[in-house]
Write a protein that binds this ligand. Structure first.
Ligand SMILES: [Zn+2]
Length: 265
């Protein structure tokens, strides 16, 4: 069986028996893998390369038709050191890791998501606004996983967003897109208000590269909270398999970052 050598981001690890460690890793080319690292607990052969949220070059074996692979070597490629000391940033990074753990199918190639997660962690590890980075990550992650939102026309009457009065739009997660103000009272389920600024930000996050977005002007907390509320609602409606309790990691993010009590997520 041939070894593979790939970059991978450690999403989660846990001890196995006394000396070994099981790692769940989002790799560059092999998707999400689960692999055993023998002797990883007491020996120093892996250093910090198997720490959660570290990007490492891994040498591993994945036999066909087996769930568990084996990591034989791991060398740190990039450590996101700031994340270790900033609690809110670490919680936001943990949310992205939990997103990948829950939503990525094992062994299916997920290169776009690997690149996106790398970009997200890189910017989150800098001076960039962590909440903004998380919104960008969520928009792009939903997009690469095929959950394409309709932002250009009312999902009910198809009136174009450009021909409507400014800002008068709502978000309907069941419809997977925006609903105009005229249709909103007639749609059966509850909609969320989607302000013009949050609507524009949503579209920009889909269209522009991560780096360009993060370097752009700073955004109001209100706009970010509006977009985040829409995105998390969309996530829970559209993605099967999410428990009603939502993401554990989001409850760790300080309420001052998200702007509302995190136990409601
Ligand atoms: Zn309409």
């Amino acid at each position: 069986m041939e070894h593979k050598s790939e970059l991978g981001i450690i999403l989660k690890t846990f001890p196995y028996q006394e000396r070994d460690r099981v790692c769940v890793v989002l790799t560059e080319s092999s998707g999400k893998i689960t692999a055993l690292a023998k002797g990883a607990i007491h020996s120093r052969r892996f250093g910090g390369a198997l720490d959660t949220l570290t990007c490492s070059r891994l040498r591993f074996i994945q036999k066909p038709n087996t769930e568990m692979g084996r990591i034989d070597e791991a060398v740190v490629h990039h450590e996101f050191t700031r994340l270790r000391t900033d609690y809110d940033r670490l919680a936001l990074a943990s949310f992205a890791a939990e997103f990948c753990l829950r939503l990525v199918e094992p062994h299916a190639p997920a290169r776009d998501l690997f690149v996106l997660l790398s970009n997200f962690l890189f910017h989150l590890d800098s001076d960039a606004d962590g909440f903004y980075c998380t919104n960008v990550f969520l928009v792009k992650a939903l997009h690469v996983m095929g959950y394409a939102p309709n932002l250009t026309s009312c999902s009910r009457c198809a009136v174009s967003a450009h021909s409507c009065a400014e800002g008068d739009f709502y978000w309907d997660s069941d419809a997977g897109g925006i609903i105009c103000a005229s249709c909103a009272p007639h749609a059966s389920k509850k909609q969320l208000y989607l302000g013009l600024d949050a609507h524009v930000l949503f579209s920009e996050c889909l269209a522009k590269p991560f780096k360009v977005l993060v370097e752009a002007k700073s955004l109001s907390q209100q706009t970010q909270q509006n977009l985040f509320a829409v995105l998390t609602d969309f996530l829970h409606h559209q993605v099967p398999g999410l428990p009603a309790g939502g993401f554990k990691s989001l409850r760790l993010v300080g309420a001052q970052v998200l702007g509302y009590p995190t136990n409601s997520l």
